[in-house]
Design a protein around this ligand. Sequence first.
Ligand SMILES: NC(=O)c1ccc[n+]([C@@H]2O[C@H](COP(=O)([O-])OP(=O)(O)OC[C@H]3O[C@@H](n4cnc5c(N)ncnc54)[C@H](OP(=O)(O)O)[C@@H]3O)[C@@H](O)[C@H]2O)c1
Length: 295
Amino acid sequence: MTLPDCSDRTVLLTGGTRGIGRAAARKIGDLGATLLLVGRDAERGEATTERLRQRGVDAEFLRYDLAAQSSVRDLAATVRERVDALDALVNNAGLARSSRERTADGVPVTVAVNHLAPYLLTHELLPLLTDSAPSRVVVTSSGVHERASLDPDDLDLRGDYEGFDAYARTKLMNVLFTYELADRLRGTGVTTTTFHPGFIPSSGLYRDSAFYVRAAMRLLSILPVGQTVEDGAEALAYLTCSEEVADVTGRYFDGTTPADPSSDARDERLRRALWDESAELVGVDPDWPRAERET
Ligand SMILES: NC(=O)c1ccc[n+]([C@@H]2O[C@H](COP(=O)([O-])OP(=O)(O)OC[C@H]3O[C@@H](n4cnc5c(N)ncnc54)[C@H](OP(=O)(O)O)[C@@H]3O)[C@@H](O)[C@H]2O)c1
């Protein structure tokens, strides 16, 4: 896969300090892009950016906790302060918690980080992305979304909670969000795509999962099973930088190949219900981005 020179582009990459995101930061940085990497762990974040700088990449680490809505808003304010243009927002950070532990905002951490943070961060940065058009929003979903179903009135997962099922539901939310966002952004020059990076047992994703999941992943990571972080990073870099997909919007990819997501993921009623419920949970006008354009 050949990707173009990106020396005039600025990319904000959440979860860029580990796993798929860290490998993608190397690829996108090597193309010349300026990188803003978001993570929680200061040591890991600084070490990642330092290694990138040693390769000649213009990279900055932004330490923000995407589980807290106030922190997502602060992150967006910092980005707006730091850069005049944003060519790509990559909502890649994610986790798979075994427990329903809630954030200070009262939602399960898995829903907060995997779905509400991309939703709110995109909302907060959309004026910058629109002013920077052509620009892109890329969301890292997963093939496990196919196993999930969703009740948009139960985003805080009050019913029975099972960690992997909750994770799969948030990955379905990623696809629903992307498709709805694409529809709402038609004609703005901001495109949006989502993708499955592959099954990558060697990443850090499963570290907060149940013991048996962690044990299985440890075993699988030493066997020739699934994909590598480099494979996932290639798909992420492709959707972020390739000219081939510059005009593609509202599409799901399996790696770098366009694919059909589950029928639930294409359910228009479900995606609108999720949009409205998410708006309420993060306290924004559900009519965005139209509401913002009219003010
Ligand atoms: N691995 C797989 O098999 C697989 C399959 C399909 C989809 N995916 C998706 O790929 C994406 C990346 O996952 P990965 O496998 O690369 O996992 P990973 O190795 O655990 O990396 C996750 C990244 O997200 C960041 N992050 C997690 N919680 C955060 C929070 N509250 N605030 C800020 N940053 C946070 C982490 O930063 P810190 O280390 O600083 O916390 C880290 O940089 C996720 O969206 C995941 O759902 C993964």
